[in-house]
Design a protein around this ligand. Structure first.
Ligand code: 26Q
Length: 823
C-alpha cells in the first residue's frame, strides 16, 4: 500500500501496532460479537476490526472537539439529505496510517485484509453526484482541520439495488444495515423532539408584543447516530451526525393509557417511517409528503443541536451567531432551514423580525446543483401549510417583505413580482424552495464556472440583477485520498516513487509528473499499472456479466445515473455504428473497443429504463455475433455504486462526458477518470470546460455544440433530425436499425419511444444534432489509441494537470469566501 505513515499511540489500544490490533480484534470478537476468535468468520473479523478502528477514531474525535471548544472557533454545519459514503474500512485505515499494521494483524489470525474489506456493505445514502460530493467534502474538511460537521439522515434503506433481468432494471431494497453498522455510534440517550401539524396560537406577551406559539403538534423524536471521519495523516476526526426517527414516548403513553395497544404500535411505525428510505429520484421531484417530512425532520433536529452548542458559550442576545456559525445548504433540500431558524429566533428566543432576519441571512448559504427546470423543488402551499403551519406563515411574511423591496426597486413592474415571488401562483399555489433559499441566504453558489454563469444569465437572471454579488462559483472537486490513493494503489505507488507523497494533500504537486513524459522506463511502468487495473476489471466483468473482454482493447466507459440529458443513448448510437462498420468491413475499425456502461435509472423514469434495455439488447447482439470477435464488446455492469466506481475508474482508457452543453451542472465522475489516467471525450459542459483549460486541447477530445449554440439551435431548428438523416446515410442507418428490430428480435415497437425521441425536431437534448461530430471525434480517438506512446504521454499530462480538481481546493474556497474562516 502506498501509505506508510505511522499512527500515534492511543490510550484505548496503546501503540497501534499489529500485536495490539490483533489483541483488540480478539477482544471485540468476544465482548461485542460473542464469537470465539478461533471460530470467527470473515464477517465477524470485519466487524471486530471496524470496532477497533471506531475506538481509535472516537478518541481522536474527542480531542478534536476539545480543540474546537478551546479555540472558540466558528463552526460550519453542512446540511445534506444525502451522503454517498461507500465503504469506510479501507478509507479509515489509509487516513489513519494503519493499513500495513492491520494487514499484518489480520494475517496473523489467518485472514487477508482484501477479503475482509469485501465484507463491508456500501453505505449508499445518496443518489449520485450531490451525495458523493458531500462525502468528498467531509474528507477534505477533516484533512484540512476545518471545524465542521456533516448533518443528514440515517436512512435504513439506501439507494435501491439494481439487477438486470433480461436487460431490464429491477429494483430491490438496500438493507445495508441488516448485519449492523460497526462504524456508527447510536446516541440512544440523545433525543430531540420534532413537531408536525398542529395549529398556531397567537397572543400578546407581557411586553405588549405579538407572539406565536405552535401548539397541539404531532411529535417525532430524532435520535443522533454519529459516524466519524478521519482526516488524512493528521489525527483530526470530524463527525457526520445522521438522525433516526423514533416514536415519541409521550405519544406511546397516550395510546397505552387509552388501552389501544395496536394503535400505539401503528403510530410508532408511522413516526419511524420518516428515516426509512432514501428517495431514489434525482430529477422530477414530485411533492411527496414524506419527503417534506424528511427534510423538516433533519433540519429541525440539526438546529436544536446547533442552538445547544451555541448556548453553551454565548448569551441570549444572539449577536455573535453569524460570526460563530455557518450553515451550508446542499441544494434546496434543507431549505426549510430558513423559516426554521427564523421561527426559533422569533418564537423561542423572542427576537425582533429585523434582528432574526439579519442573523438568518448572514448564517445561511445555498449551493445549487442543477439547471434542469424539472428538478427545481416546489411544494404546494396547502401541504406545507398543513404540515408546518408556522413555517408557512413565516414564508408568507418573508415573501411579503421581499416583494416590497422588489416593488421599491422596480415600481409598477408586476412581471418582476411574479417572476421573483417565493410563491408560484401559476400551478396552484406552490412554494419555490430555490427562491426561498436565495432570498434567505447571503451566498448562492453554482458548482462549475459555466453552471454559475448560466444561473446568473438564465434561470436566476433577475435574482442576480436584484442581488448583485450574492451569486458566486465554487467549482466541484473530488478527494484524492479515495479517488487515487485508495482506489489505484499501483498508480499511487508509481507517483510516490517519482515525485514523493505531497500530492496526497496538495494535488497541485502532480505537476511534477510532466517531466516524466519522455522517460521510457516511467512510461512503461505507467502503462503496466493501467493494464493491471484493466485486467482486474476484465476479471470482474467476466464474473458479473459473463462477458469475456480483452483487456488490451480500448476501455471506453460511461458510468453515472441514467438520464436523457447525460446522453448514454448517444454513446449507444456509436456502438451501433461501430457494429455496422465491422459487419461491412472489419478492417475499417482499427481498434478493439470494450464499451462499458453502468448506472441506475430512477424507478419511475420510463425512458431511462428503456435506454438500459437498449444498451443490453445491443450488447446481446454484438457480443454473440461471431463476425465481431474482439473488435467490439458491450457490457452493462449492474448495480453501480461507490465500490464499483473504485474498480472501474482506474481501469478506464476513455471517459465519456457527453451531456448536452448547458445541462450538467458540473459532473465529478469526469474528474475521477482523468485523475486515474483516462482521456476524456466530452462536450463543453459543466466542469469539462475547466478540465480542458487545465489539461490543454491537445490532450482532451471535445465535440459538439456549445451551450450558446444549443440555445440558438433550439430556437432556429436549423439542423433537425429529419434534415440530418436525409443528408447523412450513416446516421440514417443507425436509426433505421432501431426501427427494424435488429436489436429486438424483430420487434419493431420495443424501441419506438427511443426513435421518437431521437427524431423529435424539438428533442431537448439534441442527440442527432451532435451525432456526426461525436462519431468523427471517436474516429480520431481510435487513431490516437493505436499510437501507444502518444496515448501514454497524454494520459500522464491529464493526471499531472488535475491539481485544481481536488476537493481540498474547493473546500478552501468555501471556507474563505463563504464561511469566513481563515485557512
Ligand atoms: C429532490 C426532491 C425530492 C426527491 C429528490 C430530490 C433530489 C435528489 C437528488 C433532487 C436532486 C438530487 C441530486 C442531484 C445531483 O446529484 N446533482 C449533481 O450534483 C453534482 C455535484 O454538484 C454535479 O456534479 C452534477 O452535475 C449534478 O447533476
Amino acid at each position: 500500500m502506498a501509505t506508510r505513515k505511522k499512527a500515534k499511540k492511543t490510550s484505548i489500544i496503546g501503540v497501534p501496532n499489529a500485536k495490539n490490533i490483533e489483541k483488540s480484534i480478539k477482544q471485540h470478537l468476544l465482548s461485542l460479537l460473542g464469537r470465539d476468535p478461533e471460530r470467527a468468520g470473515p464477517r465477524d473479523v470485519y466487524n471486530a476490526i471496524s470496532y477497533t478502528m471506531r475506538d481509535v477514531l472516537m478518541e481522536k474525535w474527542i480531542n478534536t472537539q476539545q480543540e474546537y471548544y478551546d479555540k472558540h472557533q466558528k463552526r460550519v454545519y453542512y446540511l445534506s439529505l444525502e451522503f454517498l459514503v461507500g465503504r469506510s474500512l479501507g478509507n479509515s485505515l489509509i487516513n489513519l496510517g494503519l493499513y500495513d499494521e492491520v494487514d499484518k494483524a489480520l494475517h496473523n489470525i489467518g485472514f487477508e485484509l482484501e477479503e475482509i474489506r469485501e465484507q463491508e456493505e456500501d453505505a449508499a445514502l445518496g443518489n449520485g453526484g450531490l451525495g458523493r460530493l458531500a462525502s468528498c467534502f467531509l474528507d477534505s474538511i477533516a484533512t484540512m482541520k476545518i471545524p465542521a460537521y456533516g448533518y443528514g439522515i440515517r436512512y435504513e434503506y439506501g439507494l435501491f439495488l439494481q439487477r438486470l433481468i433480461d436487460g431490464e432494471q429491477v429494483e430491490s431494497p438496500d438493507s445495508w444495515m441488516r448485519y449492523g453498522c460497526p462504524w456508527e455510534f447510536q446516541r440512544t440517550n440523545f433525543f430531540y423532539p420534532v413537531h408536525f401539524n398542529g395549529r398556531i396560537h397567537s397572543y400578546v406577551d407581557n411586553d405588549g408584543r405579538y407572539r406565536s406559539k405552535w401548539v397541539e403538534t404531532d411529535d417525532v423524536m430524532a435520535m443522533a447516530c454519529d459516524m466519524l471521519i478521519p482526516g488524512y495523516d493528521n489525527d483530526h476526526v470530524i463527525n457526520m451526525r445522521l438522525w433516526t426517527a423514533k416514536a415519541s414516548r409521550e405519544l406511546d403513553l397516550n395510546f397505552f393509557n387509552k388501552g389501544d395497544y395496536i394503535g400505539a404500535v401503528q403510530s410508532k411505525v408511522k413516526s419511524e417511517t420518516i428515516s426509512k428510505v432514501l428517495y431514489p429520484s434525482d430529477t422530477e421531484v414530485r411533492g411527496q409528503e414524506l419527503r417534506l417530512k424528511q427534510q423538516y425532520f433533519f433540519v429541525a433536529a440539526t438546529f436544536q443541536d446547533i442552538m445547544r452548542r451555541y448556548k453553551k458559550k454565548h448569551d441570549d442576545s444572539f449577536n455573535e451567531f453569524p460570526n460563530k456559525i455557518a450553515v451550508q445548504l446542499n441544494d434546496t433540500h434543507p431549505s426549510i432551514a430558513v423559516p426554521e431558524l427564523m421561527r426559533l429566533l422569533l418564537d423561542d428566543e423572542g427576537l425582533s423580525w429585523e434582528k432574526a432576519w439579519h442573523i438568518t441571512i448572514n448564517t445561511v448559504a445555498y449551493t445549487n446543483h442543477t439547471l434542469m427546470p424539472e428538478a427545481l423543488e416546489t411544494w404546494p402551499v396547502e401541504l406545507l401549510g398543513r404540515l408546518l403551519p408556522r413555517h408557512m406563515e413565516i414564508i408568507f411574511e418573508i415573501n411579503h417583505r421581499f416583494l416590497q423591496q422588489v416593488a421599491d426597486t422596480y415600481p409598477g413592474d408586476a412581471n418582476k413580482l411574479r417572476e421573483l415571488s417565493i410563491i408560484d401562483e401559476n400551478n396552484g399555489k406552490r412554494v419555490r424552495m430555490a427562491h426561498l433559499a436565495i432570498v434567505g441566504s447571503h451566498s448562492v453558489n453554482g458548482v462549475a464556472e459555466l453552471h454559475t454563469h448560466l444561473l446568473k444569465t438564465r434561470i436566476f437572471k433577475t435574482f442576480h440583477e436584484f442581488y448583485p454579488g450574492k451569486f458566486n462559483n465554487k467549482t466541484n472537486g473530488i478527494t484524492p485520498r479515495r479517488w487515487l490513493l485508495k482506489c489505484n494503489p499501483d498508480l499511487s505507488d508509481l507517483i510516490n516513487d517519482a515525485i514523493g507523497e505531497k500530492w496526497i494533500t496538495n494535488l497541485e504537486e502532480l505537476r511534477g509528473l510532466e517531466k516524466f513524459v519522455d522517460d521510457t522506463a516511467f512510461c512503461q511502468k505507467w502503462q503496466a499499472a493501467k493494464l493491471a487495473n484493466k485486467h482486474r476489471l476484465a476479471e470482474y466483468v467476466a464474473g458479473c456479466c459473463g462477458t469475456v473482454v480483452d483487456h488490451h482493447g480500448l476501455f471506453d466507459v460511461q458510468v453515472k445515473r441514467i438520464h436523457e440529458y447525460k446522453r448514454q443513448l448517444l454513446n449507444c448510437l456509436h456502438v451501433i455504428h461501430l457494429y455496422q462498420r465491422i459487419i461491412e468491413n472489419p478492417d475499417s475499425v482499427p481498434v478493439g473497443r470494450v464499451k462499458i456502461f453502468a448506472g441506475k435509472a430512477a424507478p419511475s423514469y420510463f425512458q431511462a429504463k428503456l435506454i438500459i434495455k437498449l444498451i443490453c439488447s445491443v450488447g446481446d447482439v454484438v457480443n454473440h455475433d461471431p463476425r465481431v470477435g474482439d473488435k467490439l464488446k458491450v457490457v452493462f455492469i449492474p448495480n453501480y455504486n461507490v465500490s464499483k466506481a473504485e474498480i472501474i475508474m482506474p481501469a478506464a482508457d476513455l471517459s465519456e462526458q457527453i451531456s448536452t452543453a448547458g445541462t450538467e451542472a458540473s459532473g465529478t465522475g469526469n474528474m475521477k477518470f482523468s485523475l486515474n489516467g483516462a482521456l476524456t471525450v466530452g462536450t463543453l459542459d459543466g466542469a469539462n470546460i475547466e478540465m480542458l483549460e487545465e489539461i490543454g486541447e491537445d490532450n482532451f477530445y471535445i465535440f459538439g455544440m456549445t451551450a450558446e449554440e444549443v440555445e440558438f439551435e433550439k430556437r432556429q431548428l436549423s439542423r433537425t433530425p429529419q434534415k440530418i438523416c436525409a443528408t447523412n446515410p450513416v446516421v440514417a442507418a443507425i436509426i433505421d436499425s432501431l426501427r427494424s428490430g435488429t436489436f429486438s428480435d424483430g420487434d419493431r415497437n420495443l424501441f419506438q419511444p427511443i426513435v421518437d425521441s431521437l427524431m423529435n425536431p424539438h428533442d431537448q437534448y439534441l442527440l442527432v444534432a451532435d451525432l456526426e461530430s461525436y462519431l468523427a471525434c471517436q474516429d480520431i480517438i481510435d487513431q490516437e489509441f493505436l499510437d501507444t506512446d502518444l496515448w501514454t504521454r497524454k494520459t500522464i499530462l491529464n493526471v499531472a494537470r488535475m491539481g485544481k480538481f481536488s476537493s481540498d481546493r474547493t473546500i478552501g474556497q468555501y471556507a474563505r469566501e463563504i464561511w469566513g474562516l481563515e485557512v
